[in-house]
Design a protein around this ligand. Structure first.
Ligand code: GAP
Length: 470
């Protein structure tokens, strides 16, 4: 089995991530996060939030609405430019993106059956459209008189589009649209940032590779507002800052690289862009894009809304001038970060079973600050006094807000394996010696080595090992 398949099955078996609506056959591009997946994702979020909140620059957070009205996505360019090409194979009916296939195979043919009998290329918009309020423009249209239906198709489509709302295709737009309010509420000098963590939606033609390309995903985006003169210097600053963040969440930072875009690859809003890429099992691929968006978005919303988008800057001769800021945008895919971290952590280590036999140990070597569970507590066997002390230790971790797990079921070897597989960095076992001298064994996930620690020292031993690095 390849590593991706092993990670997918581990995620299901141990309760990190499940296929959405699995009992009804599942939806390929949707996933539900279970308890452990949720905690892992929360830890990644927290780590990103820390970088933003304790930056040298002021950074404010927002938590915007998921639905955007037509006027926002029209002004932002997503109605006209957020489109992908699409081709159908006439032989096997497979549907795919011709630009991607041509890039991968060097020739345009069906990637499934190899046929070159293909439909013409069509373009379709990646946004999910829905309606807000009791009036569904589609139903309205169906109920309307044949006279109205007789209108040309283009105007019918336009009417439906204009009366619809759209699930946001990126978290960025709420930030741009709220810029006048934000800059009034928190007046500050350039540069400053506005950050948001949240769900984005794209009706991708090809959904693939587990969490890599899905229809619903989380982004952690920073819109960093700058003086236009600072663009090149701050573009570099953010590349370095974001690479430092990525290096801290992975065991193999050499699996990261930056890839600079060719002009022809740039999104409709970008003047320059660099991707942070991670070496996935199928090769280097994007996990974050850092783009120079100039004043594209603020200008677009200024023109479409008639509102002013500026900050007041003081010139060297102390005059106050209005400046429409430019933007540098580090846009991190949180869902992709979860996948990269899981793949990076998945390891098969040499080990021994409880009866001394050699075996492979599956260990999720997550950085301890990312691990969903920080410490597992076991009584060695089901003995009343061991259970009582184990529960006492477990509750002391809980009192210190250290996420811990108590388990007294099955052999100690099986309990260790289970915690190894979910990435718990420490297992604390209470044995008969513990009753005599109030010491316990603390087993390290990666080395499987154990050391005896006094119960009263456990919190101060474990806390520094699981803290988020700043
Ligand atoms: N606001 C800019 C923007 O959205 P993007 O490169 O389209 O830029 C940013 O997306 C990040 O969001 C990507 O680097 C990727 O990590 C993540 N992402 C984009 N589409 C995704 C999808 N369908 N599934 C999972 N993650 C996705």
């Amino acid at each position: 089995m390849d590593t991706l398949s092993k990670v997918v099955s581990l995620c299901k078996k141990r309760g990190f991530i499940f296929q959405s609506s699995e009992i009804y056959g599942g939806v390929k591009s949707l996933y539900d996060f279970g308890h452990l997946g949720f905690l892992l994702k929360e830890n990644l979020k927290e780590f990103w939030k820390l970088q933003m909140l304790f930056e040298e620059f002021p950074i404010f957070f927002i938590d915007g609405a998921l639905m955007l009205p037509y006027r926002v996505v029209k002004a932002s360019g997503h109605i006209d430019s957020f489109v992908d090409p699409l081709v159908d194979c006439k032989k096997c009916k497979h549907r795919f993106r011709p630009d991607k296939v041509e890039k991968e195979l060097g020739v345009l043919k069906c990637p499934v059956c190899g046929s070159d009998e293909l439909s013409d290329t069509r373009f379709f918009n990646l946004m999910f459209r829905t309606n807000l309020g009791p009036i569904d423009p589609l139903i309205e249209l169906l109920n309307s008189s044949s006279e109205k239906i007789g209108q040309d198709t283009e105007s019918i489509f336009r009417r439906i589009a204009e009366q619809s709302v759209y699930l946001r295709p990126e978290t960025a737009q709420n930030i741009f649209v709220q810029f006048p309010n934000i800059s009034r509420a928190y007046p500050t000098k350039l540069p400053f940032g506005v950050a948001q963590i949240g769900r984005a939606f794209r009706n991708e033609i090809t959904t693939e590779r587990f969490l890599f390309r899905v229809a619903e995903f989380d982004q952690m985006e920073l819109e960093f507002f700058i003086d236009p003169d600072q663009e090149s210097a701050l573009f570099k600053v953010w590349q370095e800052k974001r690479m430092t963040w990525w290096r801290k969440i992975l065991n193999n930072p050499e699996h990261l690289r930056l890839r600079f875009y060719d002009k022809s690859e740039l999104a409709h809003y970008a003047s320059a862009c660099v991707d942070v890429e991670y070496k996935f099992p199928w090769g280097f691929d994007e996990v974050e894009g850092i783009a120079c968006r100039t004043d594209y978005d603020l200008l677009a919303h200024q023109e479409a809304s008639g509102k002013e988008f500026f900050v007041l800057n003081t010139t060297t001769d102390m005059r106050q001038v209005k400046v429409r800021p430019w933007v540098i945008e580090p846009s991190c895919g949180l869902t992709r970060a979860v996948l990269a971290v899981l793949l990076d952590a998945y390891s098969e280590l040499e080990g021994r079973s409880a009866d001394g036999e050699e075996k492979v140990r599956v260990v999720l070597r997550l950085k301890p600050f990312l691990s969903p569970i920080k410490v597992a507590v076991f009584p060695l066997v089901k003995h009343e006094d061991l259970i009582s002390l184990a529960k006492e230790v477990f509750h002391s971790f809980r009192r210190h807000r250290i996420i811990s797990f108590y388990d007294e079921s099955g052999s100690i070897g099986k309990r260790y394996s289970k915690q190894d597989e979910i990435g718990t960095p420490f297992c604390v076992t209470i044995d008969f010696q513990s009753l005599e001298d109030k010491t316990v064994t603390v087993r390290d996930r990666d080395t499987a080595e154990q050391q005896r620690i006094r119960v009263e020292d456990l919190i101060s031993f474990i806390t520094p090992c699981i803290e988020m690095p700043i």
